[in-house]
Write a protein that binds this ligand. Structure first.
Ligand code: CA
Length: 435
């Protein structure tokens, strides 16, 4: 039997708190899960620094990737025998689902920002490079690895397959919303996925939703909206992320200024130099990052030491609402005052902005162009979701942004000059600080 059709003698199951079980029957999927590149995802948390705020959020990208695979597997099971569905695409969909986050590194968000990396680039590189994952995929058929990479990069000619993995209602989002809700313990993020899976239909080049399932989809969109503001953009989580980002900045800066590290940053060198080979990229996981941060608390450099100590012991920056677009002169003045007080504003005064667009209708040619969700009406026509749902219409196309200014409030109490403290307090709080 051809490798691509090979089935395991017995179905394997992974116990999963969200989907109860993840079922594996295909030899290819089983082999992919066993690769070192996929196992590495166990050592990368799905939500980065969120566990600082919601202590349950220790789940990994491994858990999430299995979950996305399982959802796609179930969707395809429902698609069997329907018009517009070609069962030859089954394995391609499941592999792309399983591997879609393969290139994520430790604390992706901060690493990408500081070192100008892109996890999507590394997902492609792992799938196409000299890796075990690539060997497994090429055994399916020569060129299969490229097809999987193309689906994940959204450049594959089969748009129906792409829409299962990445669209405004895809397996990726359906998994992470439920999984992140489960592990954080919040009551948002739940919706009736079983119902959505039952009303999904393949139509030519996209997945659509039978109109009778509209309310389940509304619920899903609202879950997403609430999860972004209640969990993903939580200001305390962002504080930890700000500090993490600044640690990486500081370490890079010290390296570039020939600082003598007590603990040589061996695993970071290629990141500092901006030339990260695939091999080096795969070596770095969150355990290693924590190892360095733990030991850098004993470095000579005061800033690196302090930032690592804050990160490891959850001594976070405080924050105030702050709009950098309207308060630029305040920001410049604060920087001056911080400098006068001997606190480096480069590391200790940070504006962080988060924004989200919960759902968007189709705007061809515009930046962040997204395929809308279509409802399949009883007469067979398609209708864009926000035209049918008042709830979705009310948030559709609306981008919400939140700006905060982060700083170590405890440092302010150490400033000797009363006048400087007073002025800082006035700008930050519009009044005297209450200690
Ligand atoms: Ca994902």
């Amino acid at each position: 039997m051809a490798y691509k059709d090979e089935q395991l003698n017995e179905e394997k199951v992974f116990k999963d708190p969200v989907h109860r079980y993840v079922h594996v029957r295909d030899r290819v999927i089983w082999d992919l899960i066993a690769t070192p590149e996929f196992q590495r995802l166990r050592r990368i948390k799905q939500l980065g620094t969120t566990n600082i705020t919601f202590h349950g959020a220790e789940h990994s990208r491994f858990n999430h990737s299995l979950g996305v695979y399982e959802i796609v597997r179930r969707i395809i099971n429902n698609f069997q025998g329907r018009p517009h569905w070609n069962n030859e695409d089954r394995l391609l969909c499941m592999c792309a689902a399983l591997l879609h986050d393969l290139g994520h590194g430790p604390f992706s968000h901060s690493f990408e920002k500081v070192f100008k990396l892109d996890h999507e680039f590394y997902t492609q590189a792992i799938i196409m490079g000299d890796t075990v994952v690539n060997k497994v995929l090429e055994r399916v058929s020569p060129g299969f690895a490229q097809e999987v990479a193309d689906v994940i990069a959204k450049t594959h000619s089969n748009k129906l397959v792409i829409s299962l993995i990445s669209s405004q209602i895809d397996a990726d989002r359906m998994d992470y919303l439920q999984r992140d809700a489960y592990f954080t313990g919040v009551s948002y993020g739940h919706f009736d996925m079983e119902r959505i899976l039952r009303v999904m239909r393949p139509i030519e080049d996209q997945v659509v939703i039978k109109s009778s399932g509209m309310h389940a989809v509304e619920d899903y969109i609202m879950s997403r909206y609430q999860m972004y503001w209640q969990v993903y953009f939580h200001p305390v989580t962002r504080s930890a992320e700000v500090i993490l980002t600044k640690i990486l900045h500081r370490a890079k800066h010290l390296y570039e200024s020939d600082y003598n590290f007590k603990l040589q940053p061996t695993h970071f060198l290629s990141f500092f130099l901006g030339k990260v080979s695939l091999k080096e990229y795969l070596k770095l996981d969150e355990s290693i990052v924590h190892y360095y941060f733990q030991l850098w608390q004993e470095e000579e450099d005061k800033i690196l030491r302090d930032l690592c100590e804050r990160f490891m012991n959850r001594r976070l920056f405080k924050y105030v609402e702050f709009n950098p677009n309207k308060q630029i002169s305040d920001l410049l003045r604060l920087m001056e005052l911080f400098r006068e007080a001997g606190i480096d504003p480069e590391y200790y005064l940070v504006v962080d902005s988060s924004s989200d667009l919960p759902y968007d209708f189709y705007r061809p040619g515009e930046e962040e162009e997204r395929l809308p969700i279509h409802l399949l009406m009883p007469n067979g026509s398609l209708k864009e979701l926000s035209r049918q749902s008042d709830i979705v219409e009310s948030i559709s196309g609306k981008k919400r942004t939140d700006h905060k200014l982060y700083f170590p409030k405890d440092f302010l109490y150490t400033i000797k000059d009363e006048k400087i403290i007073e002025e800082i307090e006035r700008i930050l709080y519009g009044k005297e600080m209450q200690s």
